[in-house]
Design a protein around this ligand. Sequence first.
Ligand code: 5BU
Length: 268
Amino acid sequence: PTTTKRYGARAAAHTNPTARRLLETMERKKTNLCVSVDVTKAADVLEVVRRVAPAVCMVKTHIDIIEDFTPALTAELARLAEEHDFVIFEDRKFADIGNTVSLQYSSGVHRIAEWSHMTNAHPLPGPGIITGLGVVGKPLGRALLLLAEMSSAGNLATGEYTRTAVRMAREAGRDWVVGFIAMGRVDEDGPADEDFLVLTPGVGLVAKGDKLGQQYRTPREVVYDSGCDVIIVGRGIYGVQGGAEAVLAEAERYRAEGWKAYEERLNR
Ligand code: 5BU
């Protein structure tokens, strides 16, 4: 059902403030591209983000890979998100009991809930993980994604596991669990007025994979063939040869491909 609706129309009907903001941004900036900024120095993170900002609806971080982390980095990321109109997604993949994840989300060095609009969790521990994160994130207007599927070869998130993830999201409610990390429309069996976001990593226009099990599909395969909403691209963009100029050019290329596939999907 969601695959035939415009992002902007979906924004207007959404009850979660972060999902609404993301969908509005996508419509306004004409982009379904999320850049995954997997570099290990704070200055390099900010350099990539400043470069790609015009082309993205979302920036994805792994804050625990930064070697010189200080709260100034996340403060600046949050400022850039307002200035350039994108959503921040910390790809934390929480996977513990509710009490522990609520501490990991709110506290520690990184204080993820303070600056990251969206984060994600494995459904593996059961619904307590959703509740535990919600205690922290819901009052702040944050949003949670469940990992229903993964892009890596041989992963265990398939079949009944994936279906259970979708059921857990439905039971939690879309004012907190706004969608999934998945490779396709795992929510296809839902009612017509249901709206989950599907964000999809493992996207590349050049490479087919890496040496550690990552598997890539093109923006068209992900958005047009599989009906996903957001393409997540890391090394394909920040790893491109040719310096800072080339990084923006490559981001723009993925943005254009992803948007074209979305427009064609609407007109199918
Ligand atoms: P890449 O450089 O485009 O391969 O980076 C992909 C990013 O998406 C990277 O940060 C991964 O941690 C993340 N990812 C993924 O690749 N596959 C998954 O199933 C999930 C996350 Br969940």
